[in-house]
Design a protein around this ligand. Sequence first.
Ligand code: AMP
Length: 305
Amino acid sequence: MSLLTVGSVAFDALETPFGKTDKIIGGAATYITLSASYFTKENNLVAVVGGDFPQSMISLLEEHGVNTEGLEIIQDGKTFFWSGRYHEDMNTRDTLETQLNVMEHFDPIIPESYQTTKFLMLGNTVPATQKLVIERMANRPKLIMLDTMNLWMNIMLDDLKEVISMVDVVTINDEEARQLSGEYSLRKAAVKIMAMGPKTLIIKKGEHGALLFQGDRIFFAPALPLEEVFDPTGAGDTFAGGFIGYLASTDDISFENMKRAIIYGSAMASFCVEKFGSERLVNLTQEEINERVQQFVNLSSFEIN
Ligand code: AMP
């Protein structure tokens, strides 16, 4: 089944305890579509970049089967820019700078060929843009999933709550779940966030895995203890791309299948953090992915007599 992703396509500058980068390619939609490309062949993108964005990166997305018909290039504009610094634990980070640039007033046009897309991934971007994309789909997709971040909770909370009320699945990290709900307990936070509209909630806990909530059902997926973590940027988006890409490829949105999808998402995220930026996501093989998923199974399966 087909997937449509909207979200930032960006330049990032990162500082980790292992080093610093100057302006590398990033953005939520970049990570999501690359990750999903290993699962679904119909991978549509709606995003905006400035004239400063390299054509080589657009070609790379296309080589991964990403349809870039909905990628608008504003020739005299500047691409969204984000910079962040990771703490020693690599689990927490500070945003140093966010320049919305062309993303601030983006008017998302959904090409005719995307209109029948069954799965919609609203990656991190301006909440009003996420809402416009839903409104501009001729038919409501079978599943709409949304990712967001603390910035939008700080400056556009009403818009964010409105779009959250329109989606099926929300994926956020633990800190953001606490901020959005005002609850410290993630279980209480989940109840409050699901009461805002979405039936399903995923709370990502970085190196401590992810929780899947639906009604009163809970499932926990671990994160793989890796020997080397270079750069966690994009891990959440890569997770989301693997999760929704797997759901789209199986066309099954049951809770049982979401449990499998969360493992695929976690496996994809574990690759992402092994190198800077999206480098590790560019040439994965199906064998590597299957082997990694098996490691997740081995990590947490046990028998009790
Ligand atoms: P993640 O590490 O999965 O949370 O996502 C990191 C990506 O999010 C980076 O590549 C950034 O370009 C992008 N990003 C950071 N801040 C924002 C924002 N306010 N809106 C949209 N994308 C953002």
